[in-house]
Each structure stands twice: as structure tokens, then as C-alpha cells.
Design a protein around this ligand. Structure first.
Ligand SMILES: Cc1cc2nc3c(=O)[nH]c(=O)nc-3n(C[C@H](O)[C@H](O)[C@H](O)COP(=O)(O)OP(=O)(O)OC[C@H]3O[C@@H](n4cnc5c(N)ncnc54)[C@H](O)[C@@H]3O)c2cc1C
Length: 326
């Protein structure tokens, strides 16, 4: 069987999934990271089962910065796709030549993984540092999309991209950011998933900018990326790594919950964090988003708590059949 047949028979393309009418409020999808070891990999599969049972529209697997996690991306994505879950596999340009990127795409296609999030990636070691194009490699995600779309071997890939509600930290201006994002959509990307954000206005303004600049390509599905807030420490870390902003008012709200002792008041902080993420999601649903994409860090609890608050999942808890791992 050819790779194209495998993918056509076993996997929906995400762009088709986004057009499919769904029962319930709004579809949701989840992001996983390649696990570090076998135990973590098994936990991830259990988490995937939970999200499968909750009706996730698709799952994505990120692409790491180094060798073994990169291999795990393909292996994990393949296993999830057989679960069966519509699976989106990420790919970055970091430390790759054009030939290596082609080889990876060939490998993905052979595994039936043709839903691709085409990304540049961050400079290794310093996510916010200067990008240096590797020898024989590419400089922008746009080039990867163009290469895929111009190649008969890969043109069946269904491509998504990253977009940035606050603008990418290296774009220089929101105008540039809009231009570069649109270039990727015009080159053949079908939808975008946003970086995490904590002010819904930023997401809505990105959507407005894209549609105003190009009513056709700018109106392609824009999926909000949501990182459920579970602690001050983790949200600060995520914000630092992603280049997003933690709004002052939200930080103050979390600090009030901490009441001077983050450790002693962990549960209170978490409660406020999950409520905040749920309120953001509620507003996004009211604004007609096509999907809610949860960055899970391979855990189920926080995402399920948010989904429960939205009326989209049963409550999380031991009495509902969850074990400590989940
Ligand atoms: C949903 C999502 C998933 C992600 N998954 C991963 C992952 O799995 N692995 C990982 O390592 N990282 C991941 N990232 C992080 C991402 O790789 C970084 O944010 C990266 O810095 C930008 O990637 P990009 O694909 O948007 O790059 P690009 O579109 O190539 O843009 C990179 C920078 O160049 C600028 N630019 C674009 N075109 C031009 C041009 N023609 N001239 C000048 N400047 C230009 C852009 O404004 C931006 O500043 C993800 C991000 C998001 C939002």
C-alpha cells in the first residue's frame, strides 16, 4: 500500500475535520510533547485515551530540539494515529538541511502522518535568541510550506502553521507579523494554531488583522492555543519560553490567591487559574472559534477541569474513574 493510501484510509485531514459539523458546543484538540522516556510515553498514551474518550477532534505532537525526542515524535504520532485519533505532527527547521527535512517528510508520509504543523522552531539553547540558519537549511517556515506544495511527492500534506496573538517577538511590528503569517496561509497552509495568550483581546485583534488584510486567506481557521493555568511558577515559565505576556491584572489575581505563600496556597492558585482559562474559553466560544487547542504538557487533569467548566466533559476525580497519574 502506498503512503498516500495509508493516510487517506486512516486519517482525516485537519482541514476536513475543521469543516465537519460537530455535536456539542465547540470541538477541542490537545497538544502533546514527545515524552522523555518509556514511562512518560506510556502515561501519554493513557492521557490520549482519556482525550479520545472525551471526543478530541485531533491531537498534535510537538517536535523537540534534539535527536531522541525527535524520533519519539514520529513514533508517538504514529501510535496515536492508530488509536485512532486524527494526529497532527509538528516539524521545525532547527538543525536540519533541506534534504533531512525531505527525508523526515517521507518518513511521516510512510507512517500515514500527513497532517503537518510547519514551523521554523526556536534557536536551540535560547528560545528568544537570534535565529541562525543552519548550513543547507531553511530560514523561515514559509520555505518549508513552499517546498511541500511545489513537490508532487509531498503536496498531499495538509499544512497548518503557528500564529501569534501578540505578534511574534522577532517580527518587528504587528504589520510585519500579519504579512508573514498571511504569506504562509497564501502559500498553502490551511489553518493556524496560535501561541498561548492570556488576553482574549489579543486573539481577537489578530483575527481582525488577518481578515482585514486578506478576506480569503486571512479568514482561514484560526485556532486559539490555550495553556490551562495551574500555578504561578509554571505560567511564568511558559510565558518566558513562549514570548507571550502574562497580563498584570491576571498576575495580581494569581498573587492574591497565593496570599504571600505560593506553596501553602497551591490549590487556591490552581482554582483561580482554571477558572480564568475557563472564562477565556467561554469568551472564545462566544466569538465563534473553530476549535479550542489545549497545550496539555501531557497531563489530562487541568484540561478536563476546563472542559468540565464549559459543560464539555465529566468532572475530573478519583470518583469518576481517574487514577493519580491522569
Ligand atoms: C501552535 C504552536 C506550535 C509550536 N510547536 C513547536 C514545536 O513543535 N517545536 C518547536 O521547536 N517550536 C514550536 N513552536 C514555536 C515556534 O517554532 C517558534 O515560535 C518560532 O520562533 C516561530 O516559528 P514560526 O513557524 O512562526 O516561524 P516563521 O514563520 O518562520 O517566523 C519566524 C520569524 O521570522 C519572521 N519572518 C517570517 N517571514 C519573514 C520574512 N520573509 N522576512 C523577515 N522576517 C520574517 C516572523 O515574523 C518571525 O519573527 C510552536 C509555536 C506555536 C504557536
Amino acid at each position: 500500500m502506498s503512503s498516500t493510501n495509508i493516510s487517506a484510509s486512516s486519517q482525516w485531514s485537519i482541514s476536513e475535520v475543521l469543516k465537519r459539523p460537530v455535536p456539542g458546543r465547540v470541538p477541542f484538540s490537545v497538544e502533546f510533547m514527545p515524552p522523555r522516556d518509556d514511562a512518560a510515553e506510556n502515561r501519554l498514551y493513557r492521557a490520549a485515551e482519556v482525550f479520545h474518550d472525551l471526543g478530541a477532534s485531533f491531537v498534535s505532537v510537538t517536535y523537540g530540539a534534539g535527536g531522541s525526542t525527535r524520533e519519539r515524535t514520529a513514533r508517538v504520532a504514529r501510535r496515536l494515529s492508530r488509536q485512532p485519533l486524527t494526529t497532527l505532527v509538528h516539524l521545525t527547521l532547527v538543525d536540519h538541511t533541506v534534504e533531512e527535512l525531505e527525508e523526515i517528510l517521507r518518513g511521516y508520509a510512510e507512517l500515514g502522518l500527513t497532517n503537518l504543523l510547519a514551523l521554523r522552531g526556536d534557536p536551540p539553547g535560547d528560545p528568544l535568541g537570534e535565529w541562525i540558519t543552519s548550513e543547507g537549511g531553511m530560514s523561515y517556515a514559509l520555505e518549508l510550506i513552499q517546498m511541500i506544495k511545489n513537490s508532487p511527492e509531498f503536496s498531499h500534506f495538509d499544512i497548518g502553521i503557528a500564529s501569534f496573538p501578540e505578534g511574534h517577538y522577532r517580527a518587528g511590528s504587528l504589520e510585519n507579523d500579519t504579512r508573514y503569517t498571511l504569506a504562509k496561509l497564501r502559500a498553502g497552509a490551511e489553518y493556524s494554531i496560535t501561541q498561548m495568550f492570556f488576553d482574549v483581546e489579543d486573539f481577537l485583534r489578530l483575527r481582525d488583522r488577518l481578515v482585514a488584510a486578506d478576506p480569503v486567506h486571512g479568514a482561514k481557521p484560526l485556532i486559539p492555543g490555550l495553556m490551562p493555568i495551574t500555578s504561578l511558577r509554571s505560567v511564568r515559565r511558559q510565558v518566558e519560553l513562549s514570548g507571550s505576556t502574562l497580563p498584570r491584572a491576571l498576575e495580581e489575581k494569581l498573587l492574591r490567591a497565593a496570599n504571600g505563600d505560593e506553596e501553602a496556597n497551591r490549590d487556591e492558585i490552581r482554582k483561580v487559574g482554571i477558572e480564568t482559562t475557563s472564562e477565556m474559553a467561554e469568551r472564545l466560544i462566544a466569538e465563534g472559534v473553530p476549535d479550542l487547542h489545549f497545550m496539555t504538557l501531557n497531563f489530562t487533569r487541568a484540561t478536563q477541569e476546563v472542559l468540565h467548566n464549559l459543560g464539555m466533559a465529566p468532572a475530573w476525580g478519583a470518583e469518576h474513574g481517574h487514577d493519580a497519574v491522569r
